[in-house]
Design a protein around this ligand. Structure first.
Ligand SMILES: [Zn+2]
Length: 309
């Protein structure tokens, strides 16, 4: 079954300055590589809608959403934190990114697609309940999880986060929530310096030392993630798909390679298929080396689509 590919031109207009690594070209790098690798043929494009206040309110307090709306500039840029800025297009881009998450869940849970990938920005996994952080404004994957639980009545959703940075915002939103399991790998010690001190029992965080690569990723997945997923029996899998742990990505110091992204996606898909029916929604997070981002996302999507190498 074709994979839903959800994006919107507004996500290309959000920009945080000429030298900011989280730049519009990231989305084009993914699309270009999907065309080059022939995967474009198995995608069905959907335009991301704006997230509704109801969808956002399941994750963020209304005062926070109002503060973000109020902060949006008519011209120029305003900084929300040292790494995160808004230009006049950012508000709509952030609403499209969160709206894509909800649409992806709708498409997958109504069986229109077995999997969906949201090629959107700003990313989301550092956005806390009431705080923007680290390039993120709304927590897109959390909007997806809450939409699945509250609008579709699911009981158990798993979030898999293989971005090089710990998804502290997602943890802030879901720690202690029995309906959500979060499994992650991230470089440690490293930004945002969280995820290792006494995590809640639904958090399966595996910190990796700088220099770790395929071997350490495989150990984390086999020894920690898969047993946790087996016991949790998620009805839907959500990926926080950041590709900045790639060896070619200068943002950090892990050493994943292209094929690791196919491997980790396949392991999670196989381990949960009995419970999910193969239903997967994936949200783009980080990934700042454009060639590595494109190739890694293609590897991830190939497995989502069930296309063999
Ligand atoms: Zn990251």
């Amino acid at each position: 079954m074709p994979v839903a590919f959800i994006t919107h031109p507004d996500c290309l207009k959000h920009a945080m300055g000429a030298h900011h690594p989280e730049r519009p070209e990231r989305l084009s790098a993914v699309e270009d590589q999907l065309i080059a690798s022939g995967l474009e043929a198995i995608l069905v494009h959907h335009e991301a809608p704006l997230a509704t206040d109801e969808q956002l309110a399941r994750v963020h307090p209304p005062e926070y959403v109002r503060a973000i709306r109020d902060a949006a500039p008519e011209r120029g840029t305003v900084h929300l934190d040292p790494d995160t800025a808004m230009n006049p297009y950012t508000l709509n881009a952030a609403l499209r990114a969160a709206g894509a998450a909800a649409l992806a869940v709708d498409l997958v849970l109504t069986k229109k697609h077995s999997a969906a990938f949201c090629n959107v920005r700003p990313p989301g996994h550092h956005a806390c309940r009431a705080r923007p952080m680290g390039f993120c404004i709304f927590n897109n994957v959390a909007v997806a999880a809450k939409h699945a639980l509250e609008a579709h009545g699911l009981e158990r959703v798993a979030i898999i986060d293989f971005d090089v940075h710990h998804g502290n915002g997602t943890e802030d939103i879901f720690e202690g929530d029995p309906q959500v399991l979060m499994a992650s790998t991230f470089q440690h010690p490293f930004y945002p310096y969280s995820g290792t001190e006494d995590p809640a029992s639904n958090m399966f965080n595996v910190p990796l030392a700088a220099g770790s690569g395929s071997r350490e990723l495989r150990a984390a997945v086999n020894e920690v993630w898969l047993p946790a997923l087996e016991e949790f029996r998620p009805q839907l899998v959500l990926f926080s798909a950041g590709f900045d742990a790639h060896v070619e990505d200068d943002m950090a110091m892990l050493r994943f390679v292209d094929s690791d992204y196919a491997w980790v996606t396949a392991q999670v898909k196989q381990a949960t298929e009995r419970h999910t029916g193969g239903r997967i929604v994936s949200m783009l997070e980080g990934g700042y080396s454009l060639p590595a981002l494109g190739r890694s996302a293609a590897q991830h999507l190939r497995v989502l689509a069930g296309v063999s190498a």
